[in-house]
Design a protein around this ligand. Sequence first.
Ligand code: GAP
Length: 511
Amino acid sequence: MSEEHFKNVISHCKEYGFVFPSSEIYDGLAAVYDYGQNGVELKKNIREYWWKSMVQLHENIVGIDASIFMAPKVWKASGHVDGFSDPMIDNKDSKKRYRADVLIEEYQEKYRVKNQKEIDKAKARFGDTFDEAQFVATNPNIARNNATIAEIDVKLKEGLESGELDKVRDLILELGIACPVSGSKNWTDVRQFNLMYSTQMSATDGESQIYLRPETAQGIFVNYLNVQKTGRMKIPFGIAQTGKAFRNEIVARQFIMRMKEFEQMEMQFFVRPGTEMEWYAYWKEHRLKWHKNLGTDAGKYRYHDHVKLAHYANAAVDIEYDFPFGFKEVEGIHSRTDFDLKQHEEFTGKKLQYFDNETNESYVPYVVETSIGLDRMFLVLMSNSLQEEDLGEGNSRTLLKLPAALAPYQCAILPLTKKDGLPEIAKKIMKDLSLEFNCFYEEKDAIGKRYRRQDAIGTPICITVDHDSLTDNSVTLRFRDSMEQRRVAIAELEHIISQEVSMKTLLKGLL
Ligand code: GAP
């Protein structure tokens, strides 16, 4: 995938009503976006796929919906007031601001790309007999590149964890990293920059500073005992939540990849202390399966262990996707220990312990968290699905090959003409199918043109009502990916469409 493809994704999102820049008629607002009529459906379906896979398919996971505003002390306890910051650096010539660690990680990425090129070359040379694992283990160029990556990791970690940020700046200078805009290496010092937004809330005793939550997780932690007690939950159990989070990102770019207002889908899994690594391994594998179940190219996913662990974690891994601009995090799986609950105990003076009937002891549970950005997942699907398909003889079509169950519309109902009673039949079909599926209805333009429009928004099935339908009570189904056409009885429609596009079919892949 190329930068060119990424540009196509962005313009396709705008042109077909998926994503618009926020307040566009006022020239937009940096790193803030609105979802349009098709985008909102896709987003809702991704959320539903996540929710059902977590809550509906796990008997020991329940959901909540906590508020965006929380008692300000929550963020002191969680460590966000003092520690939720990114190291930033400015280029004095371009006046552009960057995350210092991201500049270094992008530099490392070049070595990973070199390694991949070596592998691809060798694969092409040796064909079926190629043993990738052996090649990676023995190739001297790959070994050298990996050693460079590891050496940089060590230095970066040293600078970030010690808080001696001049070491991070020195590393940028040592690696000769230049500003992508000015090309110069004229850098300021590296400084920490807190990412939380705050505002004022009126109270009887005046105004108090309050934060917009930077993660949904804390709403789960502060409710953990409420849910455990009222739901009679037994450890291990999970609490899931989806909702908005806000971060004053220094480098807000790459479209909906890094936004100031975004949506998270998080699940905290409460476990007996000492079992957290087992559950960490379970969720690491289970979450990757969820991604691969969408039919996205499996080779485009990889795990990336964190170099710098967040203040709350004893192990953390990212699930990364190969975006048009390289591998980037889509989801994090974090073993958060008992850090958060213990902090909330300390700051509130309230016990947040769980009594374990099996071991006859009380303890503060450990937590394994899965945290995925809904907007990033949206971008994964758009990047992966959009293609220009060559149909031969100089023809092509724009195809959005979304997983059928997640497409904005599951089917489009298209009477061949606007007269002769065809719209009446089509409307009757629409009325019946709309109870189960999101259906699109259109009468205007030649049928070929209408098919192309549905291809471009990812509708998996078109239902065409023609003159034969008046007598044979049948319609033509036209499938998005194969363009195959099949005649079926109107009475069969609901059953057939359900098998092809239902969430149930998608979820079955997880069992
Ligand atoms: N509760 C843990 C937590 O918030 P995180 O790695 O900071 O962990 C989790 O965020 C996920 O949220 C990321 O993997 C990413 O998909 C998404 N995310 C984080 N910051 C984002 C931003 N500025 N814009 C869009 N998505 C973001």
